[in-house]
Design a protein around this ligand. Structure first.
Ligand code: G6P
Ligand code: MG
Length: 208
C-alpha cells in the first residue's frame, strides 16, 4: 500500500506548458521563425537545454554553445516573468484537496520535476509547505525516462519505491516511475499512458 507519493509538476499540479510555449515562441520570433503549439508538444517534460536544441532544429538555426547558453537564459527570463504572475487560482482542479488528504493520512509527499523553477512555482501556488521533499532540475542529471528523479524522491521520503506512487502526465515520466519500481498513476489520456497502473483525467478524479 501507498506510504509515499511523488508528483510531477507540469500537467499534474499546474499547467505551465502554456507559459513555456509563450516564452519559446518569443525566442523563436526573435530568431526569425514561427514556433507553434504543435511544436511545443515535443518539449513537454524535456529539459531546458534539450528543448532549445529541438527548437533550433525546428527553426533550422545553427548556434554555438555560448549562443545557446545565452538563448536559454533569455527564454528562462521570459518564462520567469510569466510564472511570477502565478497564483493559487492556477492550481489544477483537486490538487490542494488531494494533497491535503494525503498529509492527513500520513503519506509522504515529494515533487519530481525536470524544472529548475519548481521551488519558485510551488511558492507562487502556495503549496510549498505541503511537500516533504522537492527533487527538481537542479538535483538530477538524468532526464525521464531515466528513474533518477523518482529514486531520489523515494530516498528523500526514506521509503522503498515499492511503497511509493508516482503521478505523471507524460509517457516518459510514466516509464521513469515504472523503472524506479513505483506504482504509477497516469494523468491524461490512456492511449498515451498505457504503461501506467491506473489512468485518470486529473487529480480531481481521485478526490471524489
Ligand atoms: C518540465 C517541463 C518542460 C521544461 C522542463 C525544464 O519538464 O515540462 O517543458 O522544459 O521542465 O523547465 P525549466 O523551468 O528548468 O526551464
Ligand atoms: Mg508533466
Amino acid at each position: 500500500h501507498m506510504k509515499g507519493s511523488i508528483f510531477d509538476l507540469d500537467g499534474v499540479i499546474v499547467d505551465t506548458a502554456k507559459y513555456h510555449f509563450l516564452a519559446w515562441r518569443e525566442l523563436a520570433k526573435e530568431l526569425g521563425f514561427e514556433f507553434t503549439e504543435e511544436h511545443n508538444e515535443r518539449l513537454k517534460g524535456v529539459s531546458r537545454m534539450e528543448s532549445l536544441r529541438i527548437l533550433l532544429e525546428i527553426g533550422g538555426v545553427q548556434a554555438t554553445e555560448a549562443e545557446q547558453q545565452c538563448m536559454a537564459q533569455e527564454k528562462n527570463d521570459r518564462y520567469v516573468k510569466y510564472i511570477s504572475q502565478l497564483d493559487e487560482s492556477e492550481l489544477l482542479p483537486g490538487v490542494r484537496t488531494y494533497l491535503t488528504g494525503l498529509r492527513m493520512r500520513g503519506i509522504g509527499i515529494a515533487l519530481g520535476s525536470a524544472s529548475k523553477n519548481a521551488e519558485f512555482i510551488l511558492e507562487r501556488l502556495q503549496i510549498a509547505s505541503l511537500f516533504d521533499a522537492v527533487i527538481d532540475g537542479n538535483k538530477v542529471s538524468k532526464a525521464k525516462p531515466d528513474p533518477e528523479v523518482f529514486l531520489k524522491g523515494c530516498e528523500a521520503l526514506r521509503l522503498d519505491p515499492s511503497h511509493c506512487v508516482v503521478f505523471e502526465d507524460a509517457a516518459a515520466g510514466v516509464q521513469a516511475g515504472k523503472a524506479a519500481g513505483c506504482g504509477v498513476v497516469g494523468i491524461g489520456r490512456p492511449e498515451i499512458l498505457s504503461e501506467a497502473d491506473l489512468v485518470v483525467s486529473g487529480l480531481i478524479d481521485l478526490v471524489k
